[in-house]
Structures are given as C-alpha cells and as structure tokens.
Design a binder for this molecule. Structure first.
Ligand code: NAI
Length: 300
C-alpha cells in the first residue's frame, strides 16, 4: 500500500500540545501536512494558559523537517484558530477537534460551572472551530473533520455526567455534518480513544497506562482524514492498536393496536420491544428510522 501523504494539506489539531493531540500533530507533520498546533496550555481541569506546549510540538515537527505553526487561543474562539491557518498557509483541509478537559463529579455535587465549562470547551469549542472552517471546506469542496467522543458518552460513566453529555453530543454533531458535508466532499467522523495522558493518569494503574500509547490512536485519525477515505458519519473506538466501529441497533420493535395504545399494553409488549434476538435493524438516517413507526399505521 502506498504511503498516505498529506502534502499541501493544512491540518488544524486542537489541544495539540499534549497527549493525543500532540501525537496527532506529529503524525500529520511526518506525513507532509502543514500543521496548526493549537493549545491554550491550561490545566487538565480548565483554567490557566501557557504557550509552551503548542510551541514545543511545533518545534518537534520542524526539527523532523516538517511545517507547523502554533496557535494559543481557546477553541471557544475557533475563528481565530482558523484565521491562523489562513494567514500562515492560505487554506484549511482538516480539523481534528481534540482539545479537552475534565470536571468529574457525581451529578449530585456538580455545579452549573462544571456543567457549562465542559460544554464550552468540548461542544462549543468543536462547533466554533469547525464552523469557522466549514465555509472554506465547502468552497474548496474538500474537508475532513474529526470529533473526539469518549466511551463515557457511549456507555455512561460514574462522575462524568457533564463529560458524557458533551462527548456523545459531539457524535450527534458528526452524524449531521456527515450528511450536510457529503455533497461537497466534507467527511466527518468521531473517535472514542483510550490513551495514557494527564486526563487518564489518575484513574488507571501504571502497568495499564504503559500500553495505552497515544501513537496507537493517531494512525486511525490520519486514515480517516486522508483524501482516500470516503467513509463518513462513523464512530470508532480505538486504543492499544485495536479499532472497532460502533453503530446504532434497533430491535424489531412491537406495534400496538392503534385503538389500544395504553401503558398496560406497553407493559405487555415490553419483552418484544427490548428483544434484539430477531429482526433487529440498523437505520442510518431519519427516513429509514421512520419505517418502524410507519409499519404500524394499519394496525387497528
Ligand atoms: P490532555 O490533557 O493530555 O490534552 C488535552 C489538551 O487540550 C491539553 O494540551 C490542553 O491544554 C488542551 N486544551 C484544553 N482546553 C483547551 C481549550 N479551551 N482550547 C485549546 N486547547 C485546550 O488530554 P488527552 O487525554 O490527550 O485528551 C484529548 C482528547 O481526547 C480530549 O478531548 C479528551 O476528552 C479525549 N479523550 C481522551 C481519552 C483518553 O483515554 N486519554 C478517552 C476519551 C476521550
């Protein structure tokens, strides 16, 4: 297989100063991309700023013979990050929304600030960067976008109500951007990574962490963002060199008689509603999803 190159492509990596973002930035840099390494340089729980993480990664890319520029804005000011790409390299081809923080607390102890901050960095930030890049991608009829979701969003996780809301919300955004972007060759996918970083070092034992290299995640991001990839709207779990694709599955369902749609009849049909053993489907758009309810229209 020929090498997947990104020569002449301009790639924005948000939160590119540490952990996964740093690894993504180095991966694209090695593959010939012009990289905008964005990082606010704040703490793992938000707050503070420091230009050195982004600058260090830029220096690493340059030392290896690549091209890169640093940007220190918060992803909430996504337009400024895209402006850096335009000013430095004249275009933007790829946006990897990766910047993130944690504010873990049980739901009972969660404050409005914990909720809003996680929303602002993950959801509003990914929106802001992607929204600013979108007109350029539409105009050039080319774009690749990654949203960084999480197993916490897919499965739920104790103490991460705010984070799971944000992370699965990002995949909702991916699914719609995939549909809106497809005609103009804008491809959008989500990843739910697992990797050792300052966000996971306190919650996992050291012997597990040593196998969770961010470098085991970045190649999937490079593949999904390459011009040869046209798969869009997907959600991929990735870590330790393993990659799996997630999808929605819907049971065959139970149609109630339209003259007797009552809570009691819901209870009576419950086993069938929740039975995935036969006839389960995988609708991929709202029209296909409507086929279930529509099939019950004559049930009276
Ligand atoms: P990290 O803490 O090592 O890196 C995140 C980077 O984002 C930091 O350099 C930080 O300065 C930057 N950042 C934070 N807020 C920012 C803002 N407002 N604007 C610009 N930059 C900002 O964390 P890690 O683990 O590499 O996480 C990367 C992404 O992957 C995050 O979105 C995280 O939620 C997600 N993730 C990570 C998992 C893991 O196992 N490490 C699991 C699931 C998701």
């Amino acid at each position: 297989m020929s090498e997947l190159r990104f020569d002449d492509k301009v790639v924005i990596i948000t939160g590119g100063g540490n952990g996964l973002g740093r690894s993504h930035a180095l991966e694209f840099g090695r593959r010939g991309a012009k990289v905008v390494v964005n990082d606010l340089g704040g703490g793992a729980f938000g707050g503070g700023s420091d230009s050195s993480p982004a600058q260090k990664v830029v220096d690493e890319i340059k030392a290896a013979g690549g091209e890169a520029v640093a940007n220190y804005d918060s992803v909430e000011d996504g337009d400024k990050i895209v402006q850096t790409a335009m000013d430095s390299f004249g275009r933007v081809d790829v946006v990897v929304n990766n910047a993130g923080i944690l504010r873990d607390k049980s739901f009972q102890k969660m404050t409005d600030e914990d909720w809003d901050l996680i929303y602002r960095v993950h959801v509003k930030g990914s929106y802001a960067v992607t929204h600013a890049a979108w007109p350029h991608m539409r105009e050039q009829e080319y774009g690749r976008v990654i949203m960084t979701a999480s197993a916490a969003g897919i499965y739920g996780n104790f103490g991460q109500a705010n984070y799971s809301m944000a992370k699965l919300g990002l995949h909702g955004l991916t699914q719609t951007l995939a549909k809106e972007g497809q005609k103009r060759n804008i491809i959008c996918n989500s990843i739910a990574p697992i990797a050792a970083s300052r966000l996971t070092e306190t919650v996992m034992p050291p012997d597990v962490l040593k196998n969770l290299k961010p470098e085991y995640v970045s190649p999937l991001v490079a593949f999904l963002c390459h011009e040869s990839n046209t798969d869009t709207g997907g959600l991929y779990e990735v870590g330790m060199g393993w990659i799996g694709k997630m999808r929605w599955e819907r049971s065959a369902g139970a149609g109630l008689n339209l003259n007797e749609v009552t809570a009691e009849n819901v209870a009576a049909a419950w086993e069938k509603v929740c039975d995935f053993s036969e006839g389960a489907t995988h609708p991929s758009n709202t029209q296909e999803a409507m086929m279930g309810p529509m099939s019950n229209l004559q049930n009276k």
